[in-house]
Design a protein around this ligand. Structure first.
Ligand code: ADE
Length: 230
């Protein structure tokens, strides 16, 4: 999979893309992530990528020219399956959407900044808009990193233990059961005995019960969906 990320503040992206699971997936060429500095596409001599909103109002709006030029030049090289714009005024991202995105070959993520981006970019270029939650951040870079992390960890060969991604919270519509590691006694705090019983069926049933319990307590909305689907 290839992911092109367009940003006016590419410095914000370096840490998350270079380390841990995403960093390793890039090094082992399981994913090709290319960051484009939007300012280098601006025809303005100072590299300006934003301007005042028509009709007045606070904040600056990202201008169409650098974005259109950048995306035009990418499209000359290859076809894109999706051009994604993270924005709070969009459907909220969930695991089902992330799973679907992992099936795509080439995607662009366009990070907005300032007050927003010129609507013509959204109308003409963007094919998918996603919010990472009902709150507002100062730009699309962190949401873009959340999208990338969610996608890349599911790509074939990225997570060593093939099972572990399937066990994630949300993959079956429920939150995960609690997990424990060594030592079995830490400051007098023990672990549920079933986990050291060696009885895999009992462990599976315990995890299922805990997942249901946790989901019912903290996400009654998910719990209701799960029960209704059964
Ligand atoms: N940009 C700013 N806030 C955002 C949010 N909540 N989701 C996606 N993109 C955003």
């Amino acid at each position: 999979m290839r992911i092109d990320i367009i940003s006016a503040v590419p410095e914000l992206l370096t840490g998350p893309l270079d380390h841990s699971i995403v960093g390793r997936a890039r090094k082992s060429e399981k994913v090709n992530i290319v960051v484009h500095d939007l300012r280098t596409y601006s025809t303005d001599k100072h590299g300006k990528v934003d301007d005042y909103p028509f009709g007045g109002g606070a904040g600056l709006v990202m201008t169409p020219q650098p974005v259109f030029d950048c995306i035009d030049s990418l499209k000359e090289e290859r076809q894109y399956d999706a051009i994604i714009f993270p924005t709070p005024d969009a459907p909220v991202l969930d695991q089902i959407m992330v799973n679907k995105l992992t099936l795509l070959e080439n995607i662009i993520i366009l990070c907005g900044h300032y007050k927003g981006i010129d609507q013509r970019i959204r109308d003409e270029l963007v094919t998918m808009e996603v919010s990472i939650g009902d709150f507002v951040l100062s730009g699309g870079e962190l949401p873009a990193m959340i999208l990338v992390d969610g996608i890349v960890r599911l790509l074939p060969g990225v997570i060593g233990d093939a099972e572990s991604a399937l066990d994630d919270s949300f993959q079956d519509g429920l939150l995960s059961a609690p997990v424990y590691t060594r030592p079995a006694d830490f400051r007098g705090l023990g672990i549920p005995g079933v986990l050291t019983s060696g009885n895999h069926e009992r462990i599976r049933m315990w995890r299922e019960e805990k997942a249901l319990e946790r989901t019912r307590e903290v996400r009654p909305d998910l719990y209701r969906n799960f029960i209704n689907k059964k």
